[in-house]
Design a protein around this ligand. Structure first.
Ligand code: SAM
Length: 186
């Protein structure tokens, strides 16, 4: 059972239904490693997780969490922008997760930015498997967050309905800019 106001749990719910053991998947924003750990468990010993972050601190936190769980062998950590995903990852990739914004507990100035996010989303389409899924959690409460959410919305609206199915989820009746989850199925 997932709480319907928990966007991250909802992203895990949908991603889990598109990934099988042995698959290759991507965490486009490693942060503190919670999504990377989730993906490493999901893909199993024969799978491969590629995790990206532009902050050394984030990748160190992610590595520590993976090591605590004995799963570091399943993950390739990339200290690079997710817009360079196609340089590091070749398809087919069954799931690509974006959890946008800033590193919780870190520098709130170091946030994902619309141009790089949209470039990374476009690059994702080149490696996404047929039937694979992209999840994007957007947060409009911080500086620049609503512009990024608008950029993601515009990008999603531009996707061909013949090739992709797009869904968005948001809690409507809460204050303080509830986050939004975007799901793109290839
Ligand atoms: C909300 S956090 C991610 C949370 C993470 N998925 C977790 O489970 O802990 C967003 C992360 O995106 C990273 N980030 C910002 N710009 C980026 C970029 N261009 N490429 C990759 N990561 C980026 C930030 O450094 C930050 O760690």
């Amino acid at each position: 059972m997932i709480a319907i106001n928990d966007i991250v749990a909802a992203s895990h719910f949908f991603v889990a239904r598109h990934v099988r053991p042995g698959d290759t998947v991507v965490d486009a924003t490693a942060g503190n490693g919670h999504d990377t750990l989730f993906l490493a468990k999901l893909t199993g010993p024969g799978g491969r997780v590629h995790a990206f972050d532009i902050q050394k601190k984030a990748l160190a936190n992610t590595r520590a969490l993976l090591e605590k769980n004995g799963l570091e062998q399943r993950v390739s950590l990339h200290l690079d922008s997710h817009k360079n995903m196609p340089v590091h990852v070749s398809g087919p990739v069954r799931a690509i997760m974006f959890n946008l914004g800033y590193l919780p507990g870190g520098d709130q100035e170091l946030v994902t930015v619309p141009d790089d996010t949209v470039a990374a989303l476009s690059g994702s389409l080149g490696v996404l498997a047929k039937g694979g899924i992209i999840s994007v959690a957007t947060y409009s409460g911080h500086q620049g967050g609503s512009q990024e959410e608008e950029a993601v919305a515009a990008w999603c609206n531009g996707l061909s309905p013949r090739e992709y199915t797009v869904m968005k989820l948001r809690v409507l009746n809460k204050e303080n800019n509830p986050p939004m989850l975007w799901l793109i199925k290839g």
